[in-house]
Each structure stands twice: as C-alpha cells, then as structure tokens.
Design a protein around this ligand. Structure first.
Ligand SMILES: Cc1cc2nc3c(=O)[nH]c(=O)nc-3n(C[C@H](O)[C@H](O)[C@H](O)COP(=O)(O)OP(=O)(O)OC[C@H]3O[C@@H](n4cnc5c(N)ncnc54)[C@H](O)[C@@H]3O)c2cc1C
Ligand code: SF4
Length: 585
C-alpha cells in the first residue's frame, strides 16, 4: 500500500483519527460515499505478516516465542503493587510492555509503557499503536448487543438507556457481518441476537458434554462467535478464509487475515477507491476549532519520528483513537470556545467509563477423555461462549446485570491445565495422558457505568511527545465484586453438573483494564446536559465532530464490544455523509 502525502493546503471532507476497528470502519464507509478522507494513525504501518509469523514453531524462535531479554511485560502482581508510570524497579528493562505484550510476536505492536505513561489508580491499559490498532491481535469474539443492554435501565433502574434500540442498529450489524465475515451458530436468543453466520466451527467432545448438561439447567453454550471468515469473502482480495491452523491460540493475530483486522478488512479496500489518504506516524495532539464558529476546523499532529508539528484541515473531524485516547484528545482540545475541552459542555467527557470484570473461572478434566489419543482441537478460531443467564427472566438478589463465559477444551500445542508434577518420563506420561481432557472457562461481566469512574489529564506527567498523560480514577464497585463471587460459584457448579473433575476454581479478580474492553468516556444520549454525543455519535456541542469508537457506549453490557463499535460507526457515518451532502455540517 502506498501512503499518500498529506496535502496541507487541502481541506479534506473528513479527517479520521485512529485506524483500528472504529477508524477503519469510518474510512471504509465515508470513502464508499465518495468523500475525500484523510486517515491519521499515531503508529507505524508494520509488515504485519512478518511480525505475527502465525505458523512459526517455538523452537524456531530464539526466545521460544517469549520477549527478548531486554524487555519486560508487567505481571498481575506488578500491576497491583507498583504504581504507573512504572518508574523505579524496572531499570533493567529497556522496553516495558503491558501484560499482553509478553510474546516476541507482539513486541512491536503493543506500546512501550515508558513512552506512553499514564497515572492514577491501577489499570492494565493495553494499547496497540500501529496501523489497525488492537484489531491486529484481538480475540475475535464478535457478539451483538440487544435491548437487554440498550434498554437496561428499564429493567433495573440503573444508569441511562441508550438513545437507540436494537432495531436501529440491527441492519448495520447485518452489513458488518456480510462485509467482514463471522462464524457461529444461530440460537434464537432474545438477549444475544444471532448474526448472519458463515460456516460454523465444531464443538469438541467435552464441550458437547458441557453444552448438554447446561441445557438441562436452561443455560446456553454455543460455538465461539468469531469475527473470522470461514467461507472467504469474494469482495476482499486481501483476506483468506480460515484454514483452521490453530494459531489463534497464540495471542498474536492471523497472518493470512482470515480473522478480521482493520487494515485488510477495511483500510486497504478503502484506499482502492482512490478516496483515502493515509498518514501513519501522525500523533494527533489537538482538534483545532474555528475561532468564529467554534466548529472543528482540523487537527494538529506531531510526526512520531521527526517530532515535527503539522496542521491539517477538514470539513468534519472523526475521533476514533479508542475509548481512552479519544477522551484524552477531547480533553486536550481546549480553546476559548471550549474551555473544558472539546464537546464537553456537559462535563461528562472521560466519565461513565466502564468495561468488563474478569478473573473468576474454572479448569477441569473430562474424565472420559483421560488417556485417550490426542485430537486436533485447536484447529479453529475459538472454543465456546456460554451466554449470559443472570438477570434475564429473574432478578438476582445480590447484583444487577450479567456475565458470560469464554472457554475451550481439548489438546493444544502447549498442554493446558494438566496440573502435572514431577519430572522425567513419568511427568511426560502424565502430561500426555491428561492434556486432551482439559476443559476450562473464564467469565466476563458488566462493570456498571458510573459517573465517579473517570479519566482526566495529569497536570505534570507527559508522554514522549510532550502530550499530557491520562490519569485514572477508576475502581470496580460492590456490584462487580458481588458478581465476581457468583461467577466463581456458578463456574464450579456447572463443571460439577457436567461430571468434570475440577482441577482449579479461581475467584481472583484481575486488575481493572484486563479485559481490554474500554467503553463509555463520551456517552451518547438525548440530553446534552448528561451526555456528550447524540445517537449518531455526533457531538451535541460541535456538530461537525463525531466520536465513533467505544466512547459512545452508554453501558458496557457483558458482550464484547468490537462488532457493536463497527456497526454503530457504520450507521453514524451513513448519517454523516448524508448531512454533509445536505450542507448541515
Ligand atoms: C488481546 C486482545 C483481545 C481482544 N479480544 C476481543 C474480543 O474477543 N472481542 C472484542 O469484541 N474485542 C476484543 N478486543 C478489543 C478490541 O481489539 C477493541 O475493542 C477494538 O480494537 C477497538 O477499536 P478502536 O478503533 O476503538 O481502537 P484500536 O483498535 O485500539 O485503534 C485505535 C487506533 O488509534 C490510534 N491512536 C490513538 N491515539 C491516537 C492519536 N492521538 N493520534 C492518532 N492515532 C491515534 C492507535 O494507535 C490505534 O491504532 C481485544 C483486544 C486485545 C488487545
Ligand atoms: S485458525 Fe483461522 S483465524 Fe485462527 S489464525 Fe488460523 S487461519 Fe487465522
């Protein structure tokens, strides 16, 4: 892909900031409407296939797939006992990575924590600064939200409803399914609507045992709904169909792009229209405003490598830097007309920040599979998803909202959960005997969107580019902790009911941020006093400014956010293109 030079003399129809799921989708939709779009990405365009090397065997890697010795990735304990920005105590590590950056394949994708500091309460903030952002390495679980989420306040009185219903977004979920490809099985669940699925993957033996046992409890286990094309996409020459190579296991992307990533799924096709200019290494530091009208006039960015400053203009500015970076950018963009930061007359920018709580789960053994020959169980992009079952028909006495479990079973390249001890031939035999019998799952639960959970700018700490860092004021609350206790109990109960031998039950709650599902820092709503954006992710205050990533979410639901981010973004960009044509922006 040839990057175009930014034309500083030109006024683009639209500037999109960030090239992940949201920015890529904005680029795709707006260029297909014929708009002249400039896409600005803070990181590099990486030779991604060389980075990922999905089929490399561990013994062909000098570090067996681990980080080089001069680098360190933060552990659970380090997140809980050390304070960001991780100064003393880490002197030996030249490069410091978040917990997800523990492999050699991700070292250039995930940011260096020292160059990108943040402060405040503990938070495992995972960022990928490169073309495509986190979509290069995401876990691909692609779920829809429903009116159980959009109208959650009607059910339990907490928070706010979204200004949209499922029927508003459903046609856009369909478009995303068809354009990007998704695998799964229809279940007809009102609280987890079906997608337009391609060929499904298969559940393996222990997973079927669990599914059947859960059905007796009225609970639903379904195939992992993955944002992966299993049938291929005739309209996209950059992506292959999934060959079930089993490399999905190795948190580190898919080098044949069967799994959705923003560059091959959205950005390269958008460039083929001739309407997209791409500038990487462009760290946007401010959205500029017209002093007369107070409307957005463009952006100021700094070159990642040369540190040179640039200003570029557009009729519309679209913020898609990811939930936390987008909030940071709005707060950084202070002016006479917008002294609180851009789009922030409500004071809600950075607030109502929410995500998913993780940690509790269970690992066990399907007794009937111990000692059986190995099977190819990781030749697929995911195992199973056990759907939400709390606070649907009945009210749980201890907490509101819900959680689901992601899990899998069987043989993998590196045996899991065998709990084998010892050494030598006996140890090997123990591992071999048990590895195909493994079954495990972990929960993801809704963290309530509360005003008092927020981010703002640190008055002192700056990043490598001299831009003020983000400061966290964020903690799980009582509802989340009570939900986590229930996750642990139900996980054990369900494995026992399935007849599995339990190897480990964990109730440990992982550090805030672990789920990498950030949402809510510029929520949408009908009232400009209590929300930042309208239902089309358009700022209430600045009509030619749109924020199209997870920032707009009103609550977190317990379903993973990326498919919803892209569907909402598509809907908003259709509206934007129409409004621009009508001269309303
Ligand atoms: C390991 C992992 C597993 C995951 N699993 C799942 C899953 O199973 N299901 C799911 O739904 N989601 C999952 N996610 C989350 C998913 O990746 C995100 O929801 C999605 O990528 C969000 O898209 P985004 O565009 O908002 O942000 P990103 O993908 O992070 O993209 C934002 C882009 O903006 C750029 N940027 C930031 N600041 C600036 C700036 N100032 N100027 C210019 N550019 C800027 C960044 O460099 C980045 O490229 C996972 C994430 C990770 C890391
Ligand atoms: S299993 Fe499919 S989606 Fe996963 S890495 Fe292999 S080809 Fe890609």
């Amino acid at each position: 892909m040839v990057e175009s030079e930014v034309n500083l003399a030109k006024t683009y129809d639209a500037i999109v900031i960030g090239s992940g799921a949201a920015g890529g989708m904005a680029a795709h939709v707006l260029t297909s409407h014929g708009l002249q779009v400039l896409l600005l990405e803070a990181g590099k365009k990486l030779p991604i296939e060389k980075e990922l090397r999905s089929m490399e065997w561990p013994y062909d890697n000098p570090y067996r797939g681990q980080l080089p010795p001069d680098s360190h990735s933060l552990s659970f304990n380090e997140y809980t006992i050390r304070n960001p920005p991780y100064g003393p105590g880490f002197e030996k590590a030249k490069h410091l990575k978040s917990y997800i950056g523990s492999s050699d394949y991700l070292k250039n994708i995930v940011v260096d924590e020292r160059e990108n500091p943040f402060t405040g309460t503990n938070y495992a903030w995972v960022r990928a600064r490169c073309l495509g952002g986190k979509t290069n390495i995401w876990g691909r679980l692609a779920l829809r939200l429903s009116d159980y989420d959009f109208k959650a306040k009607d059910r339990d009185g907490f928070g706010e409803n979204w200004p949209i219903s499922y029927s508003d977004i459903a046609p856009y979920y369909d478009k995303v399914d068809l354009y990007l490809g998704i695998t799964g099985v229809k279940e007809n669940l009102p609280y987890l609507p079906d997608s337009i699925f391609q060929r499904p993957t298969k559940l393996n033996c222990a997973e079927v045992t669990l599914k059947d046992s859960l059905a007796k409890m009225g609970r639903v286990l379904t195939q992992y709904r993955a944002g992966v094309t299993t049938d291929g996409l005739k309209h996209n020459k950059y992506r292959s169909r999934c060959y079930g190579r089993g490399a999905c296991e190795r948190k580190g992307g898919c080098d044949i792009h069967a799994a959705f990533d923003s560059p091959t799924g959205l950005i390269y096709p958008a460039m083929d229209t001739g309407n997209l200019a791409l500038r990487t290494n462009a760290v946007v530091r401010e959205i500029t405003v017209d002093p007369q009208t107070g409307k957005a006039s463009g952006v100021r960015f700094i070159d990642n490598q040369t540190m040179k400053d640039y200003v570029v203009h557009a009729k519309v500015v679209i913020v898609a830097a990811s939930t936390l970076e987008s909030a940071r950018l709005l707060l950084l963009s202070k002016s006479r007309q917008h002294p609180n930061g851009l789009a922030n007359s409500s004071g809600h920018v950075g607030h109502n920040f929410c995500e998913h709580i993780m940690g509790p789960g269970v690992a066990g053994r399907a007794k009937n599979l111990v000692g059986k020959p190995s099977t190819l169980d990781d030749g697929r992009p995911g195992g199973f998803y056990l759907t939400r079952f709390r606070n649907l028909a009945e009210k749980h006495p201890k907490f509101i909202r819900g959680y689901g479990f992601e899990g899998g079973s069987g043989s993998t390249m590196f045996p899991r959960g065998t709990d084998a001890h010892g050494f030598g031939a006996a140890f090997k035999e123990e591992v071999r005997k048990n590895q195909g019998a493994f079954v495990g799952m972990g929960a993801f639960g809704e963290v309530l969107a509360r005003y008092e959970n927020y981010v703002d700018l640190d008055p002192f700490v700056k990043d490598k580019w001299g831009i003020p860092a983000l400061r966290f004021h964020y903690k799980f609350g009582d509802n989340e902790h009570r939900m986590a206790e229930d996750m642990k109990e139900t996980a054990q109960e369900m494995f026992e009911a399935a007849g599995f031998e339990i190897v480990n039950v964990s109730g440990r709650v992982l550090t805030e941020g672990w789920s990498i599902h950030e949402m809510g820092t510029a929520r949408m709503g009908s009232d400009p006093k209590t929300s930042v954006l309208n239902q089309f992710q358009q700022s209430h205050d600045v009509k030619n400014l749109f924020v199209v990533d997870g920032s707009a979410f009103v609550n977190a639901s317990c379903q993973n956010p990326t498919w919803t981010i892209m569907s909402l973004c598509w809907r908003s960009c259709d509206y934007l293109a129409d409004e621009l044509k009508k001269g309303n922006l």
